[in-house]
Design a protein around this ligand. Structure first.
Ligand code: ADP
Ligand code: TRP
Length: 316
């Protein structure tokens, strides 16, 4: 029986945090045996927020090390970067011609930028269309992401349907895969954990850094459950056990935070060590990316050939 297909990616826009891990990246690892998997680095997507070549290079290698450290196996998973496979941007253009401006104006990312009175570049506006191309080239059955990306996967579905209706059946309609209780991991201030809110606990932080983050978790002084501490803690320890501990230590916020710190450290320490090991061999990392790009290109170029035929620009 052929395996179902999984595709997902993250942007090399900064250090990943535990929200990225539990919301998305962990699924890539957990599902790598079950699915034929394509996991990529969305470097062209990151251009809208990162305009520094040195930082971009470092972050790309950084995401690769992160992927390997959390346990993605390049023998099982095709790992590549978006900019190595030009079919992504090519298909994006074709999708642009069937996607309307009013439709894209309903996207959250655009609305957020507009609400902040930001000057919005065309790339940011068009972001969901490039993401649709990323997804649809590989005919995935599932796209594991956190809650904030659900709308983008829905846009990819709509674009696939529009293309299929216009030019004939070409794209498989993908489903997003969101794990309910980790769909929105909260940050140290209780809002969604996000690089842009500076409220994260980095996935590969050292002990002192984790300590600083944990101690800064916002608690109220009502003596009830410190919900922000608890919500993060339940990612690292069984909830039944946790309920008991939080009952016993009611109101003792400092002790609860210290326990959370130990639990996070226990989880992160081995990841940090693995990452350091991979860091020693950069040429191996580059080799994995090269091989991954070849495999990805092989799939995506076939799809693009079909697309060119469907739209009528292929003449032979
Ligand atoms: P950020 O908001 O920190 O910039 P990204 O947009 O780079 O994060 O997200 C990368 C992946 O991690 C996406 O699939 C996204 O849905 C997921 N993700 C990001 N933040 C969280 C969170 N707080 N909880 C759950 N998943 C998240
Ligand atoms: N937009 C996603 C994010 O910010 C990254 C991404 C780009 C992606 N293309 C994708 C995720 C395709 C899944 C599938 O996290």
């Amino acid at each position: 029986m052929t395996k179902k297909i999984l595709l997902s990616g993250i942007q090399p826009s900064g250090k990943p945090h535990i929200g990225n891990y539990f919301g998305a990246m962990k699924q890539f690892v957990d599902l790598q045996d079950q699915y034929e998997s394509y996991v990529f680095i969305a470097d062209y997507h990151a251009l809208h927020s990162l305009r520094n070549a040195k930082e971009m290079r470092e972050n790309i290698i950084g995401v690769m090390l992160d992927y390997l450290a959390i346990g993605l196996d390049p023998e099982k998973v095709t790992i590549f970067k978006q900019s190595d496979v030009s079919e992504h941007t090519e298909l994006c253009w074709i999708f642009d011609t069937i996607t309307t401006m009013p439709y894209l104006m309903r996207a959250h990312a655009f609305k957020d930028a507009e609400a902040k009175n930001k000057e919005i570049d065309v790339g940011t506006f068009n972001y969901p269309v490039l993401m649709a191309a990323d997804i649809l080239l590989y005919s995935p059955d599932i796209v594991p992401v956190g809650q904030d990306q659900q709308q983008h996967v829905e846009i990819a579905r709509d674009i696939a349907l529009k293309f299929n209706n216009t030019y004939g059946d070409t794209f498989k309609i993908p489903e997003h895969k969101i794990i309910k209780n980790v769909a929105v991991v909260p940050g140290v201030d209780g809002r969604k954990m996000s690089k842009s809110y500076k409220n994260t606990i980095p996935l590969f932080a050292d002990y002192e850094e984790i300590k600083k983050c944990v101690m800064s978790i916002v608690t109220d002084s009502s003596g009830e459950l410190p919900i922000n501490v608890y919500s993060i803690h339940k990612l690292f320890r069984d909830e039944k056990e946790l309920e008991k501990i939080y009952e016993e230590k009611k109101g003792k916020y400092k002790e609860l935070k210290e326990l959370l710190l130990e639990d996070i450290e226990k989880f992160i320490a081995p990841l940090r060590e693995r990452r350091k090991e991979f860091e020693k061999d950069k040429s191996k990392v580059l080799e994995i990316l090269k091989k991954g790009a070849e495999k990805a290109k092989n799939i995506s170029s076939k799809k693009m050939d079909l697309v060119r035929e469907r739209i009528g620009v292929k003449l032979d």
